[in-house]
Design a protein around this ligand. Structure first.
Ligand SMILES: [Fe+2]
Length: 382
């Protein structure tokens, strides 16, 4: 590969964020500071049932800010959900958005914001820098540690008609403030903790080997890998430990700062294609693909992969380090499936590969993969 030059010009975009216990309770104060009078509170039924949307609502009420709850958000948020959220935003005459939830609620909130300010269908923004009018103010409160939608300039929306995910990448999608509180993470299931944790690991690894990486993103990516490697196995055993939950949240923050600015690669391009076609959990798709992408990319970023191997633990095996170490890490967490075990058939591979090839995340993969290369990786992961 072409050697990276640390002097190459790079831009780094990040929102304001506040981390620590009780950050969630600052939602009302910040909504008031942003001049929000009527808020669209975007969440999902699970987060609402766990009480976190209610806690944010109380904070808004205490600050004298009115709100309307919109919780018609599913895993892998759909374009129709975004457009119905936009209808509610307009009919309730909202002037700001507060998102409390995982990547799905936050991505849906971002979509509602840009669809409202531009009065356009959400699917028309697909690609890089295609949002002309900035969104209204957005406050994010993540309840998972992985998507990093609360700091990133990405939103992933499912086009349900065509059963595919679209990636919208724009500086206008960076939230105005992110409130990072470890407490909402304590109600996550073991499965959600693992899937979102593996998503964060993929963000960090893909950002680190990305051909748009920089010294600034490298620093965040490596710290994220180290934190996930240490904290994810521990938090599964002690799910209510706030210090461990906070370590996973910090890991997600570091990974988000890295990938939002260095972008991603083949794992995400292939996971988007899979998630769109089969409506699978995004983090699980990444977890099942990561170790199979590394051997295809290794020669193009061997120095970076070896450094990752030194953290995750290279294991002597048949596959390229650190693919073996990552496979062992995944198995140690109890993630044992394959693509076939989640319902993917061999006959789907060609279509999946074609869509992954066209995904914007593929542009920053360290090696230019052909459709045939991608088909082979899917086949290994079956
Ligand atoms: Fe992701």
């Amino acid at each position: 590969m072409t050697p990276r030059n640390p002097l190459d010009l790079r831009k780094f975009v990040a929102p304001e964020f506040i981390c620590g216990s009780g950050a969630l309770q600052l939602a009302g104060r910040y909504a008031h500071n942003f001049g929000m009078k009527q808020v669209l509170l975007v969440t999902d039924p699970g987060v609402r049932a766990a009480g976190w949307a209610g806690a944010v609502g109380e904070s808004l009420t205490e600050a004298g800010v009115s709100f309307t709850v919109f919780d018609s958000v599913s895993v892998n948020p759909r374009s129709r959900q975004v457009m119905s959220g936009m209808e509610v935003y307009r009919s309730e005459e909202c002037n700001g958005i507060v998102a409390v939830g995982g990547g799905s609620a936050m991505d849906c909130a971002k979509g509602i914001g840009i669809a409202s300010s531009n009065m356009r269908d959400i699917l028309t923004f697909e690609g890089v820098d295609r949002v002309p009018v900035p969104a209204p103010p957005l406050i994010c409160i993540p309840t998972t540690a992985g998507s990093s939608a609360d700091v990133s300039q990405f939103a992933i929306i499912t086009d349900e008609e065509r059963k595919r995910k679209i990636a919208i990448i724009s500086k206008t999608l960076v939230p105005d403030i992110s409130l990072l509180d470890p407490e909402p993470l304590t109600t996550m299931s073991r499965e959600l903790t693992l899937d979102t944790g593996m998503d964060a690991l993929c963000h960090a690894i893909e950002a680190y080997v990305s051909n748009a990486s920089s010294p600034m993103t490298d620093m965040h990516a490596l710290e994220a890998i180290r934190l996930i490697h240490d904290a994810l196995p521990a938090v599964i055993l002690e799910p209510e430990d706030l210090n461990l939950r906070f370590s996973t949240l910090l890991a997600s923050l570091h990974a988000g700062l890295a990938f939002s600015n260095a972008s991603l690669g083949a794992v995400h391009a292939m996971a988007h294609s899979l998630g769109g076609a089969y409506d699978l959990a995004h983090g699980r798709c990444n977890a099942l693909l990561l170790e199979h992408v590394i051997p295809a990319n290794y020669e193009a970023a061997s120095e970076q992969y070896d450094r990752i191997g030194a953290i995750i633990g290279p294991v002597q095996g048949e596959r390229t380090p650190p693919a073996e170490g990552i496979a062992a890490f995944r198995r140690s967490l109890g993630i044992t499936g394959t693509l076939a075990s989640v319902g993917v058939g061999e006959d789907a591979i060609q279509t999946l590969a074609r869509r992954a090839y066209a995904d914007p995340c593929m542009v920053t993969n360290p090696r230019r993969l052909t459709c045939e290369d991608i088909e082979r990786i899917y086949a290994y992961a079956l």
